[in-house]
Design a protein around this ligand. Structure first.
Ligand code: PLP
Length: 394
């Protein structure tokens, strides 16, 4: 196997492009992220490597020994994501996981021990309370506070880890990562940011002072609604090594096919998120005109309570718009009336989805609350579909 981009082929690619990566535009970096040096007759992006074990005579040293530890397809994807999360920083390291929850768990459980305290948001992804239970069962103190108003600062004293999710899912509140990271640093706490909603093209938490950038790549990063994946990126090699060790211990590894699909999808990341974010803003503006819509949230909307803080740290405002219709029945009629929007959970995909979030029971939202994920349809068609469905639901 030559030219697989992992240093075993005809040409070593260690450090490929890294000296210049920070100087290129985002689209260029997304298209080329993680690609190996060209090797004659080899594909641009080598295909997935399916291997449980590798030929390994003699001393069992890396880079590739056993399939739970490392895989060449992960290596390329990890380099690609690191280039996007931390452009121009060749020391940044990404570790990919089987899902966003696997990535989140890896940070929490590799960093925290009995007697430590962690600060979580109380309005984050609805599986966080499940993690809270587990953490507490292991003797870890869990404190919570809302994302809005940087309220987590007030419960930070003595904590070992501060966990932020901004924008928060599904309420779309935003906290000031720089301010919270500075507060954490002053208290000796580490900071992790769940960057799922923003994607690396929307926000770069490591540059804002975070130690861990964590994401569910099931959402916007892969963007096709067909892959579960997660990742953690760190600047600090030791922190990254701890997360990587956790993956090996727990075995929460992505399949090579999923990793390859994710890498393939990165090439269109900028195209997708630019289109989705532009249409999300147009949708939010249209919804703002509707009398039956309340609690409208989109950080890119100038009147949104999060807009000022979001503008200071986000490069794009995301594909998710949240709002409420007067009651559950109206929300259900609206969802049923949509023709271009699937009634489905998750977000960040090319095909628009929306759901009545209250149906899960895990979020503190009104019964008529809708989380709307804007896809890549023509904005005119999507807005017409939404406005028609709203009219028909009334
Ligand atoms: N973080 C956020 C903000 C999410 O919205 C989700 C899933 O919806 C996750 C993490 C978990 O990701 P996964 O479903 O890939 O495990």
């Amino acid at each position: 196997m030559t030219g697989d981009g992992t240093g075993r082929g005809e040409r070593q690619h260690e450090g490929h492009g890294e000296g210049h990566a920070g100087a290129y535009g985002e689209g260029t970096r997304a298209v080329r992220a993680g690609l190996p040096e060209p090797v004659k007759y080899e594909p641009t992006l080598p295909g997935p490597v399916f291997a449980a074990h590798y030929h390994l005579p003699g001393e069992p040293t890396g880079p590739y020994t056993y399939g739970r530890d490392e895989n060449p397809t992960w290596t390329l994807l990890e380099r690609a994501i690191a280039e996007l999360d931390a452009p121009g920083e060749p020391g940044a390291r990404t570790v990919v996981f089987a899902s966003g929850m696997a990535a989140i768990s890896a940070v929490l459980f590799s960093q925290l021990s009995a007697g430590d305290a962690v600060v979580l948001p109380d309005d984050g992804y609805q599986a966080l309370p499940l993690l809270r239970e587990r953490l507490q069962a292991y003797g870890i103190e869990v404190r919570t506070a809302p994302t809005a108003g940087d309220a987590q600062l007030s419960v930070l004293d003595g904590a070992r880890l501060l966990w932020l999710e901004t924008p928060s899912n599904p309420g779309l509140d935003v906290c000031d990562i720089r301010r919270l990271a500075a507060g954490a640093r002053a208290r000796g706490a580490l900071v992790a940011v769940d960057n799922t909603l923003a994607t690396p093209l929307g926000q770069r938490p490591l540059e804002l002072g975070a130690d861990f950038c964590v994401a569910s790549d099931t959402k916007g990063l892969t963007g096709h609604g067909d892959v579960l994946l997660g990742h953690v990126t760190c600047r600090d090699e030791e922190l990254a090594a701890g997360v990587r060790r956790w993956r090996k211990v727990v075995g929460a590894i992505p399949g090579p096919m999923e990793a390859w699909l994710a890498h393939r999808s990165l090439a269109t990341l900028q195209l997708r998120v630019d289109r989705q974010c532009a249409t999300a803003l147009a949708l939010a503006e249209a919804l703002a005109e509707r009398p039956e819509v309340s609690g409208l949230r989109y950080p890119g909307l100038p009147g949104d309570p999060s807009h000022a803080v979001a503008s200071g740290q986000m490069r794009r405002f995301g594909s998710v718009v949240s709002f409420a219709l007067p009651d559950r029945a109206r929300a259900e009629r609206f969802l049923a009336g949509l023709r271009l929007v699937d009634d489905a959970t998750s977000f960040g995909g090319l095909r628009s989805t929306a759901e009545r979030r209250g149906r899960w029971g895990g979020d503190a939202v009104p019964e008529g609350f809708i989380r709307f994920s804007v896809g890549a349809e023509d904005a005119r068609d999507l807005l017409a579909d939404v406005l028609r469905a709203l009219d028909e639901a009334s």
